[in-house]
Design a protein around this ligand. Sequence first.
Ligand code: RP5
Length: 166
Amino acid sequence: MSDVTPLVGVVMGSRSDFETMQGALEVLRDLGVPYEVRVLSAHRTPQLLPTYGARAERLGFRAVIAGAGGAAHLPGMLAAFTRVPVLGVPVQSRALSGQDSLLSIVQMPAGVPVATFAIGAAGARNAALFAAAMLATTDEGVRERLEAFRARQTAAVMEDPFFEGH
Ligand code: RP5
């Protein structure tokens, strides 16, 4: 455990969400964004939500990435308890393939926003990239690493032999 103050909190409704959410952690690590991660459930540990929301503000988190599946209340409930921007990741559910998670997270009534990303692994990675982009507006180091990531991503496509002769 590093003693660097986290700038991004990553929470998920269950340990079973970890496989999806680990992509967000990888991206944050690659971009040198300090984070902390924990399981926090809107329905199994509801009493922890106000505490976590207040703590996120006190520690100066710049974003909270919240992944949940099924009736995915976690991002919305957390957004109700904090002024830190909440980035919601719909985890793919078994019963409805994540459509339930997506609609639960994206359809916040006006007044308490949650930024919502794609279902599953792409959403988790993009939420982390989005958090990094927010940080990059004021952090030159993160901006440079994000730029380098984009350049590598572009190069990987351009260097693909599939493009030979074009
Ligand atoms: C949600 O219920 C979690 O976010 C998870 O996606 C889903 C299923 O949880 P488990 O029953 O696998 O713990 O709270």
